[in-house]
Design a protein around this ligand. Structure first.
Ligand SMILES: NC(=O)c1ccc[n+]([C@@H]2O[C@H](COP(=O)([O-])OP(=O)(O)OC[C@H]3O[C@@H](n4cnc5c(N)ncnc54)[C@H](OP(=O)(O)O)[C@@H]3O)[C@@H](O)[C@H]2O)c1
Length: 329
């Protein structure tokens, strides 16, 4: 199976690369497209790196021609202060990269079977206690608008006969990056606490289930359109806080009021304060089975493996002895 992965050096991408190698073994031919020459050394030796900035220019057709699967996870990091310039980057790095990839797909004589394009549950905006399925409409804040534009670009590949999956990721929890990298230290130091009034819903998913859900979407040809990549049990922020504090064995006595978050992070604080109770209807209806549906177990598992990782020990899904190393371009 030939896979081309954009944004494969990031948190989800690195985990996905290991998962793809484990799952498909020697049948996998994987190209990871990165903007940074310096990232080539970080890419798993089984993958073939290709240096290209798809946010600036369509990737060469030869990279995509004849591949089975294109996965696009590229995008400027969202968890930073949203100045005007950063907002432009957040939007353009997603919308333009997707547009450029789809343009190359259009020119390929042998097109991929499926394009899995990242999106986010930020699509829905902040919706209180409303249950949100893939059929729910978008919100109207900055991130919702970014997601709408991002998804529109990906959906253009449908007109070319390509199955398109819009992977609306929730809060992805893992050992080697993502939100836990920022949240966990505060709890380990005993200075964690609820954010705002703590009533906002967080739709979380373990990284192993995230990459499992991506391959589920690749393999199940019935799946097309939006897919909520979230776990089966969203929780309120106050429950998340309580469970994480008990996993870490420290009190969480330091609530951070909404105004302080706004002062600290500006408009970006909406990602911490907005409420999205997202239901994974498509994953459920197509029989996806979760390995870590329970928050307490998932957080304990992540904490254990984060410690291993910090000590330089290999992660549980690091593998690949005896697999061929692809020739470089
Ligand atoms: N992690 C989550 O909880 C979560 C939740 C919802 C949605 N998502 C979405 O899922 C995707 C993957 O998430 P992630 O956590 O793996 O992200 P990440 O760790 O920030 O990685 C994203 C990748 O995108 C590329 N990139 C970064 N800035 C870019 C820019 N300005 N222009 C073009 N490419 C750029 C980078 O690859 P190179 O430097 O190698 O080019 C980077 O490795 C993102 O689009 C993110 O918005 C993630």
């Amino acid at each position: 199976m030939k896979v081309v992965l954009f944004g494969g050096t990031g948190f989800i991408g690195r985990n996905l690369v290991r998962h793809l190698i484990n799952r498909y073994g020697a049948d996998l031919q994987l190209t990871v497209v990165t903007r940074r020459k310096g990232a080539v050394g970080e890419i798993h030796p089984v993958a073939r790196p290709f240096v290209w900035d798809a946010s600036q220019q369509s990737p060469p057709v030869k990279v995509l021609n004849g591949c089975d699967v294109v996965i696009n996870l590229a995008g400027e990091i969202v968890a930073q202060r949203w100045t005007r310039k950063v907002k432009e980057l957040i939007r353009d790095s997603r919308v333009l990269t997707t547009r450029n990839i789809v343009e190359s797909i259009g020119q390929a004589s042998v097109k991929p079977r499926v394009l899995v394009n990242a999106s986010a549950t930020g699509y829905y905006g902040s919706r209180g206690d409303e249950e949100l399925s893939e059929a729910s409409g978008p919100g109207d804040d900055f991130l919702s608008r970014v997601c709408v534009g991002w998804e529109e670009e990906a959906l253009r590949a449908r007109e070319m006969g390509v199955r398109v999956v819009l992977a609306r990721f929730g809060l992805v929890l893992g050992y080697d990056g993502g939100a836990m990298e920022r949240i966990l230290p505060f709890f380990e130091w005993g200075i964690g606490g609820i954010l705002g009034n703590g009533r906002q819903w967080w739709s979380w998913i373990h990284i192993r289930d995230t990459v499992g859900a991506i391959t589920h979407c690749i393999e199940d040809e019935r799946i097309s359109g939006a897919v909520n990549i979230v776990g089966p049990q969203p929780v309120r922020n106050r429950t998340f806080t309580k469970v994480l504090a008990s996993v870490v064995g420290k009190p969480a006595l330091f609530p951070v009021p909404a105004f302080a978050l706004r002062l600290l992070y500006g408009e970006m604080s909406t990602i911490l304060l907005s409420s999205q109770k997202v239901i994974p209807s498509v994953l459920k209806d197509t029989g996806f089975s979760y390995q870590h549906p329970d928050l307490s177990e998932a957080l304990a598992h992540i904490r254990y493996w984060r410690r291993q990782w910090e000590q330089g020990k290999p992660l549980e899904d690091s593998i690949s002895k005896g697999l061929p190393i692809m020739a470089q371009d």
